[in-house]
Write a protein that binds this ligand. Structure first.
Ligand code: ZN
Length: 236
């Protein structure tokens, strides 16, 4: 893993910008249309991203004060936030995307160096330094900007972010059952070995296509034999 704190800060800002632009001008009908995520409308995605910004602001509060404030009180609270948000009128949902992003940006801008090193716990139960908040936010805004299905694709995201995303997903997938893969994006020189069942299947393609495949957003590039890449389980 070679990403730095400054990388994650840059991607979080850029991704927030891309996401807000993708949501700008969506009206009620456009929000009600399907997103790229099965069973979710664009409004579900937007409400999830806004609620996630508030949840990450809880971690920033934790780092700033030492007072344990988890991202979500419970899985039920997390789901209820998405349901409330998606039912909002379009302009209010878009306003919530902006206000939650602004609040998170203000919170992180105010953290001192030693507060960034404070340990917090993610929604998945991982204890991490607060600096990881910027990476979690980068991942959310960049990937969900694509999920909004309003013109943003993985190819619009920076190559260094996509490489870091693939690093992250491969690490996570290596801990779960699945096929062994030898992934390569020759144009960038990036390669990943995903341990798993059977002999590693070579999957070679453009970096954005590999990222879309690994995150479960697309079927993925073909293998060297011209067969579809092996199906993968859910990522998160
Ligand atoms: Zn998410």
């Amino acid at each position: 893993m070679s990403r730095t704190f400054d990388d994650a800060r840059r991607w979080a800002e850029l991704g927030t910008d891309v996401l807000l632009k993708a949501a700008a001008g969506l009206d009620g009908d456009a929000y009600a249309a399907p997103s790229a995520l099965p069973g979710w409308s664009r409004a579900h995605v937007a409400a999830h991203v806004a609620a996630n910004a508030e949840a990450l602001s809880n971690l920033v509060h934790w780092a700033a004060t030492g007072e344990p404030t988890p991202m979500y009180a419970s899985p039920e609270e997390r789901a209820a936030g998405i349901e409330r948000g998606r039912a909002l009128p379009a302009a209010e949902l878009t306003a919530w995307l902006h206000s939650s992003a602004d609040a998170l940006a203000r919170g992180t801008a105010a953290l001192a160096e030693e507060q960034w090193r404070a340990q917090v716990v993610t929604a998945q139960g991982r204890a991490v330094p607060a600096t990881e908040v910027l990476w979690l936010r980068s991942r959310e805004v960049c990937v969900h900007a694509v999920d909004l299905a309003n013109g943003v694709s993985f190819a619009d995201l920076p190559a260094d972010f996509l490489t870091a995303l693939c690093d992250d997903v491969v690490t996570k997938r290596a801990a779960a059952p699945g096929p062994a893969l030898a992934l390569r994006a020759p144009a960038t020189g990036a390669a990943w070995q995903l341990p798993g069942d059977g002999e590693a299947v070579p999957v070679t393609g453009e970096l954005p296509d590999i990222a879309a495949y690994l995150t479960g957003r697309a079927a993925g590039p073909l293998t060297a034999e011209g067969a579809p890449a092996p199906a993968l389980g859910a990522w998160l």
